[in-house]
Design a protein around this ligand. Structure first.
Ligand code: TRP
Length: 447
């Protein structure tokens, strides 16, 4: 079966960045940072990203590019035995993530609609909060929007790898980045007491760091970088063989963290300036932004643009999630590509609707009093992705022939290994897996 390949260096970067930059940066990072002490969270987040996540990303890209097939098949090709289950775990994680991700994508569609009709104009921050609460409680609205959000990404995936996704990302990523920069300037220079928000995010406070912070930061890092589930592995399989993987990966990690931090610099000054709660959880982004646009000159237009781009950021990621599950279905179950996409999207629309309805406050789809949405959100990032990442680095470091790893990381097989390669291999073989294992063992009380 012919596989697509990314056409250019910019195209590769933009596409991988398009998968990586998404609601994880704009919505999830600020809300977790708000709940976990701001700067303390950021600091742990950055360390974990470099020492634990970067090696996982290199492992995924290397495995994927050396095998050029879906995650499960890649594991089977390299080693017999149960390793293919890692690929399976990844497909399951992609499935769980899409189910709540499409709901948040739907929220941005709703806020886009509300911005266009000027729903928020003249409303106080309490009234804005009320609007969102009522929307969630309604049930039907969030469900329909989530389904629309999924449907749009389905169309992109069916159009094919290079044509559909790559073209999309090359335009939208830069636009999103520029808009965020404008919003950062507005938050920093035009809001009263903006320094409180900046201090919250940047002034280190080591006392706030707990084991739970470390786990949450690691989960967020995996989530934000699309790791631990074979998505990067699938993308790696489309990267042409003359690209430099370590450079690509480092660029992606840097860009991704930058977008997350900038997003925090938009939101936290506003949170303090409008007297909102930084610890309110998943609703943080959506309750904060409309207040900003009310105060901003040209806020009406910026609001539309912002929610449009948030939605696009969500779509590019959703496309990648769907792609991961669909590539698996079409190559393993030998389904036609469009049929596989459709079947996958249909099942996702059921679980996605359940997630949307679980937040209505009516007690639907709650387990032990917790909405399915929250359970999917935390279980996928805090358990499934780190677990997947753990097995992926183990696989790349210890199971995959080291000549394959070396040739992927250095683009050459015979030279005596460079110092960069030696360091990277050390991170892959020891630092990353030991860190994840220790954290898990400590959390479940074994250590
Ligand atoms: N990284 C995406 C974000 O920040 C979310 C995500 C997690 C993802 N895993 C993925 C996207 C796999 C695409 C593929 O929003």
């Amino acid at each position: 079966m012919a596989r697509g390949e990314f056409n250019s260096r910019i195209g590769t970067f933009a596409t991988v960045a398009g998968s990586v930059v998404g609601l994880g940066n704009l919505w999830r990072f600020p809300y977790l940072a708000g709940e976990n002490g701001g700067s303390a969270f950021l600091l742990v987040y950055l360390c974990v990203s470099l020492l634990v996540s970067l090696p996982v990303m290199l492992s995924e890209l290397s495995i994927g590019r050396s095998q050029r097939c879906n995650a499960m098949r890649a594991f089977k090709n390299i080693a017999p035995g149960p390793w293919f289950l890692v690929g399976f775990l990844g497909v399951a994680a992609a499935y769980v993530i899409t189910s709540f991700y499409m709901v948040v994508g739907g929220w941005s569609l709703e806020f886009l609609r509300a911005s266009v009709v000027g729903e928020f104009s003249g409303k106080s921050s309490d009234e804005i909060k009320n609007y969102f609460d009522l929307f969630l409680a309604g049930g039907t609205g969030p469900t329909l929007q989530a389904l629309v959000s999924l449907g749009i990404s389905l169309v992109v995936v069916v159009l094919g790898v290079s044509k559909g996704i790559e073209r999309f990302n090359k335009i939208l990523m830069p636009a999103l980045f520029v808009l965020i920069l404008i919003l950062v300037c507005n938050s920093l220079f035009c809001l009263p007491e903006s320094w409180k928000g900046v201090a919250f995010l940047l002034k280190p406070d080591f006392e706030k760091i707990s084991l739970q912070t470390v786990l949450t930061a690691m989960g967020q890092s995996f989530f934000s970088l699309s790791l631990g589930m074979g998505a990067m592995l699938t993308y790696g399989s489309y990267i042409s063989s003359d690209r430099n993987l370590p450079k690509t990966a480092l660029g992606i990690v840097t860009f991704d963290s930058l977008v997350a931090i900038l997003s925090g610099m938009v939101i936290f000054p506003a949170v303090f300036s409008f007297g909102l709660e930084p610890t309110q959880g998943p609703t943080l982004l959506f309750n904060t932004m409309p207040n900003i646009f009310q105060q901003m000159p040209g806020g009406y237009g910026f609001s539309i643009l912002f929610f449009l781009l948030v939605y696009f950021a969500a779509v590019t990621s959703q496309v990648s999630l769907l792609e991961t599950v669909a590539a698996f279905a079409s190559e393993e179950l030998r389904m036609k590509r469009w049929k596989a996409c459709l079947a996958v999207a249909l099942t996702m629309s059921v679980t996605g609707s359940m997630c949307a309805l679980s937040l209505s406050g009516h007690g639907w789809f709650e387990i032990g009093g917790k909405p399915l949405f929250d359970i999917f959100d935390s279980v996928s990032s805090n358990v499934m992705l780190p677990l997947g990442g753990f097995f992926i680095v183990l696989f790349a470091g210890w199971i995959m022939p080291s000549r394959v790893l070396q040739s992927q990381l250095t683009n050459s097989e015979n030279e005596s290994p460079s110092i960069n390669y030696v360091v990277l291999r050390f991170l892959i073989r020891f630092v990353s897996p030991i860190f994840v294992a220790l954290l898990f063992l400590t959390l479940i009380g074994v250590i």
